[in-house]
Design a protein around this ligand. Structure first.
Ligand code: PGA
Length: 251
């Protein structure tokens, strides 16, 4: 049975004090709650250790939002997989559309990032998703297929089994326009089909595929009810403890 996950991507938000308040509130509110999913928080780099301290006590998982494609050395401003592993980070987002758009990250670079993470036993949360133009021109399946083929399908079966996929249609991120339940299910089923073709049914059935893009406390239940939607990667709504907890409890 594949794992359900709700992950909160805080992006570049919150001071240290506000971040500590958010993580401590979430940890407190979920204490003793039998969540039907794993809860992952993705704070900015400087807060990872602080968040990990709360996580250790509460069963939350902590993820980084990015990792370097390089392994170590003279790369000012970069953070390596080895560094993340040394503070026991369990997951890392790779290839978020904002990284692709604003920082020009390519599938080839993302493939290196994934490789670095897996070498350090950190699970990549690999993001895929089409632009509005691509959906309107009906090339969304092709775009997602290419992102998967070039970023992930170089992995062998054992490696791929450690990966979480997040489908995030770019037109739905931060826009308040969420994919319909049918659109999400259709793409998730397609992604699972591609994984089946590449790695077989058992691996595909065990792969967690998250939906992201204006998922909130109101629509999470309906989205998560789809057979191929195994949880969410939540941006804006993960910055408010009450909303995020409602989403966690949507299973
Ligand atoms: P959003 O962001 O929930 O604010 O749309 C999702 C994401 O970018 O991961």
């Amino acid at each position: 049975m594949r794992k359900k996950i709700v992950a909160g991507n805080w992006k570049m938000n919150k001071t240290f004090q506000d971040a500590e308040e958010l993580v401590s509130t979430i940890a407190e509110e979920l204490d003793g709650v039998d969540t039907k999913c794993e809860v992952v928080l993705c704070p900015p780099f400087p807060y990872l250790e602080m968040a990990s301290d709360y996580a250790d006590e509460s069963g939350l998982q902590i993820a980084a939002q990015n990792v370097s494609e390089y392994t170590q050395g003279a790369y000012t401003g970069e953070v390596s997989a080895d560094m993340l592993a040394s503070i026991e980070i369990g997951y890392c987002i790779v290839g978020h559309s904002e990284r692709r758009k604003y920082f020009g990250e390519t599938n080839a670079q993302l493939a290196l990032k994934v490789e670095n993470l897996l070498e350090h036993a950190i699970k990549p949360i690999f993001c895929v998703g089409e632009l509005l133009d691509e959906r309107n021109s009906n090339s969304h399946f092709e775009v997602v297929k290419q992102q998967l083929s070039e970023g992930l399908f170089q992995l062998n079966e054992d490696e791929f089994s450690e990966v979480v996929v997040a489908y995030e249609p770019v037109w739905a991120i931060g826009t308040g326009v969420t994919a319909t339940s049918a659109q999400a299910q259709e793409m998730h089923a397609y992604i699972r089909q591609l994984i089946t073709e590449k790695y077989g049914k058992t691996v595909a059935d065990n792969t967690t595929i998250l939906y992201g893009g204006s998922c909130n406390a109101k629509n999470a239940k309906e989205l998560f009810a789809n057979p191929d939607v195994d949880g969410g990667l939540i941006g804006g709504a993960s910055l408010v403890a009450e909303d995020f907890i409602k989403i966690v409890k949507s299973f």
